[in-house]
Design a protein around this ligand. Structure first.
Ligand code: SF4
Length: 147
């Protein structure tokens, strides 16, 4: 993902080390923190075992909390929220629900619409969600982790 990033991960780490507020803001406003796909390649190779993916996770949350989100990340955030909403309400990934919710949030109503018939005919999109039985437990997990 580095070629798409405005700040490569090594630069994000270097700027964090400076403990300078302007640099922190630059990081939180960057597109890079939203492009990290948590593949953990950096972590597996880092001789200092720096957990960059976890830091990127933290930086994304902090960027949202401080309302410094990069405008280019709007669709990534919409997808992220739709994915979590699906898990929150069904306990599983309900693809059709995720697509509808993502389109509602991103306003990309026609994006990839031509793929739908093929996916439906191959049984990849279900119209009714498969909901976990113990939803109360699911609710507890979300309540606990949101703290
Ligand atoms: S986990 Fe590391 S290697 Fe993977 S995308 Fe994120 S920063 Fe890059």
């Amino acid at each position: 993902m580095a070629i798409e990033m405005d700040l490569p991960p090594s630069m994000v780490m270097r700027l964090l080390q400076t403990e300078d507020n302007d640099n922190d803001v630059d990081i939180l406003k960057s597109h890079s923190i939203w492009l990290c796909v948590t593949c953990e390649m950096c972590l597996s190779r880092c001789p200092m075992e720096i957990d960059i993916p976890s830091m990127m996770d933290f930086l994304r949350q902090e960027s949202m909390r401080r309302k410094l989100v990069n405008k280019q990340a709007r669709n990534i955030i919409a997808f992220h929220k739709s994915f979590l909403n699906s898990i929150k309400y069904t306990g599983r990934l309900f693809e059709l629900g995720l697509i509808i919710d993502y389109k509602r949030q991103s306003f990309n109503l026609m994006q990839d619409i031509t793929l739908a018939p093929g996916m439906i005919s191959r049984g990849k999109l279900h119209f009714i969600p498969n909901i976990v039985r113990d939803r109360a437990h699911l609710k507890k997990i979300f309540k606990k982790t949101s703290k």
